[in-house]
Design a protein around this ligand. Structure first.
Ligand SMILES: [Cu+2]
Length: 285
């Protein structure tokens, strides 16, 4: 057997070996996925991801090993016998076509319940915030606190009354341990609202107001950014999700912001965060 053939076989064999080992290694050290902070939806999304990865992974390794086997057992170039000409095998071709179709149909049906939950069954609650993406920032509009009703003002979904809201740039505040409902749109091109640790990704499309819902299991400071290459300043669309400890904590924050904006002679102050990215301003009609 020629050395060349052995080397090529080993090289091709290294592909599935390296593929499996790298995934296994990353999983061992928790580097495969970002940490999952979403209690309700995150594990379901991850489960779908795992199922699809196992299916494709098994077929990837299988086909690679077949390839290596074929390489290893193929005749040497200097062999005396003539090569066989094989046109095809109808049974095999029908077999693997049906198998591929069956797997795709299985995946299509298997993901329906999760998909319905995360994209179709919109929670019946008022919007917590409106996000407008533009080149290259996120304007996050919140309802002002209604002192009489002891609740945030209810935002009109399509056209929130501007006088009833205030706005932050690149900063989304939400309460922990509940499903939050946010409407996302864009002012110019298609952007994509992406919070990796909460397993939520939604295109922001000009002219469309798209509801998106997700949850955070615990308080903290997380990251969201644009996942759609939207121009030279795309990298600047990096922003924060500030998760408050509870609904009460979040409402206290809303109340503080409202009071600050309403106070006479008080210039609007920065709520939290870094001055260059955060600007608090009362949105007016
Ligand atoms: Cu963008």
């Amino acid at each position: 057997m020629r050395l060349q053939k052995i080397l090529w076989t080993l090289l091709f064999l290294s592909v599935p070996v390296f593929g499996v080992v790298s995934f296994w290694f990353c999983d061992l050290y928790g580097a495969l996925w970002p940490e999952n902070v979403s209690k309700v939806y995150g594990s379901k999304i991850d489960h779908l991801f795992d199922v699809i990865m196992w299916i494709t992974g098994i077929f990837f390794v299988g086909t690679e090993l077949l390839l290596v086997y074929a390489m290893f057992t193929s005749k040497d170039e200097d062999a005396q016998e003539k090569a066989d000409f094989v046109h095809g095998n109808r049974t095999l071709e029908i077999g693997w076509t049906l198998m591929a179709a069956a797997i795709l149909i299985f995946v299509a049906f298997y993901q329906i319940p999760t998909w319905t939950e995360v994209k179709v069954q919109r929670p019946r609650k008022p919007a917590d915030a409106h996000i407008t993406a533009s080149m290259w920032m996120w304007q996050v509009r919140y309802p002002l606190w209604d002192e009489q009703a002891k609740a945030p003002r209810k935002l009109d979904v399509v056209q929130p009354a501007l006088a009833e809201t205030f706005e932050l740039t690149n900063e989304l505040h939400i309460p922990a341990q509940e499903t939050v409902l946010i409407y996302v749109t864009s002012r110019d091109v298609i952007h994509s609202f992406y919070v990796p640790k909460m397993r939520v990704k939604q295109d922001a499309v000009p002219g469309l107001l798209i509801p998106v819902w997700f949850d955070a299991a615990r308080p903290g400071d997380y990251e969201f950014y644009c996942a759609e290459l939207c121009g030279p300043g795309h990298y600047m669309m990096r922003a924060r999700v500030v998760v408050h400890e509870s609904r009460a904590d979040y409402e206290r924050w809303l109340r503080e912001q409202t009071a600050r904006l309403r106070a006479p002679d008080q210039p609007a102050q920065l709520a939290t965060g870094d001055p260059p990215t955060t600007q608090l301003s009362l949105a007016e009609n």
